[in-house]
Structures are given as structure tokens and as C-alpha cells.
Design a protein around this ligand. Sequence first.
Ligand code: AMP
Length: 283
Amino acid sequence: MQVITTGKEMQAFSRKIRTEGKSIGFVPTMGALHEGHLSIVSRSVEENDITLVSIFINPTQFGPNEDFNKYPKDHKGDMEKLLSLNVDAVFLPDVAEMYPQGYSTFVYVGGIGGILCGASRPDHFNGVATVVTKLFNTVMPDRAYFGQKDYQQTVVISKMVRELCFDIDIVVCPVVREADGLAMSSRNAYLNEEERKAASILSKALEYGKELIMSGREQQTSLIKSKITALIQSEPLASIDYVEIVGPQYLEVVKEVKTPAVIVLAVKIGNTRLIDNIIVESN
Ligand code: AMP
């Protein structure tokens, strides 16, 4: 497994593979890898000749009072996990490599970049779109793999790829969960024991919302939302950032729920902000 730290070397590596006619699968991550990441990496390994994984904690997608400085890191563990999955190369740039002094070019995501997570985290999706663009131009993959865990991110990236004409297929992989339903996340490491137990309220609330919609008893979005909200509020350590039921492609809020729909939520457990979602499709 090659470890590459500069954009120039990364491009040279990818260019060589492409001239050999091999396909490149790419999985961008911020490291502290868990089973959720690894399931995506395995999918890429299965579907491509060569799999490249990037690990870069991207400062431009964090707000000024967010956790950029304390974001979990596990370099040794990450390398061991990727090696065991037969990843071909890891791209590990530092901040100065990605954003040299005087850096000033950004990708701006209008519309859907400003709602849901974008409403509470202004500039987050501009930072995501900027770094993903840079990574795409550096790694030059045929396919790029993202997790449904970050639902809005998958919609933003798919739209960006269409609108900026990237010749890359976006593959969205299912959410990997802990035994109690909590979506795996590097940020789960912030939770203490009591918070960790409380955090299962997110997936419980999503399952409950899905059941309500599937039963056909409730169709009014506002009613379903208030029931989901009440369940989350029954957990004393939880405070809601948002709960919404949206269309799968444009994230539009509808008055009456029609399937397919996605229930998306962001909830703070203590000081840790967690996100999760569930797709509701009719049978
Ligand atoms: P991150 O390191 O958090 O930026 O995540 C890197 C990629 O892994 C993103 O595409 C995430 O959506 C995906 N991912 C993170 N957690 C999970 C999970 N529990 N299940 C599936 N994909 C995930």
C-alpha cells in the first residue's frame, strides 16, 4: 500500500493507472476509520481494479467553534485497517498541501447547501464541495464512494458532479450501525457511557417515523414530525437541531408525505452533534 502525501505524486500515480486502462475507485474520508468507512472501502475494492482512500481532516468544512482541533485521529489503526482490505494507495495530504498560503478558490453550493445541516453549519457544504473537487482533480477516479450516513452530502456531491460536469460515478453506500442502531461515526468517540446509551434515540426516532409513514395512519408531515420530535425529547440528554421529512433528490419539504421520502435529523447528545437519516420507500 503506497502512502502519498503530495497532489503532484497522487496525480502521477493515478495517471499511470489510467493509461494502463485500469479503473480507479476512490473513498474520501477524514480518518478515525470504523466499520462504516470500511464497508465503503470494501465495496470500492470489489468494484474497481485500484482503490484509493484519502484521509484529510478538511478545515474549510468546520465552523469557527466546531471540533476541527479535536477531531479524532488514529493514523496507525487507519493504516492497518486499509492494508487489511487491500487498498492500493492512501492519499494523506497536510493542510498546507491542500490550502497553501494565500489560497482563495472555493466551490459555492447554492440552494440545498444552505438548508438542514447547511442552516446550522454555514459554509460547511462549500468546504465539502471545495475539498471534494480538489480531491477529484487530484485522484481522477472513475467512481467515488460516499455513505448514506451523510445524506445531504450525497445529494450535494451528486448535484455538484452533474452541474460541474465531472466524469465520475457517485456510488452511495448504506448506513452501517452499531447493535443498538446508532449510526457509526468517528464523532461517537466523544460520547461518554451515559451519552452513548442516550444516542440510540436517533435511530429509534427514525424507525418510529418510518413506521408511522408506512402504516399510512399519518400523512401530514407536521404531525409525523411532531411525534418524532416528542420521542427524541423524551431523552433528557438530547437536544434537537432539526427533524425534517424531505424528498430524496431535492431535499424539498412537503406538506403531505409521499414515498420515497427521507427522514433526516441532527440531534445533540450532550455537546456532540450527531446526524442520521432513513429512507422510506413503499414496498
Ligand atoms: P467521514 O470520515 O466522516 O468524512 O466519512 C467518510 C465517508 O464515510 C463519508 O462518505 C461518510 O458518509 C461515510 N460514512 C461515515 N459513517 C458511515 C456509516 N456509519 N455508514 C456508512 N458510511 C459512513
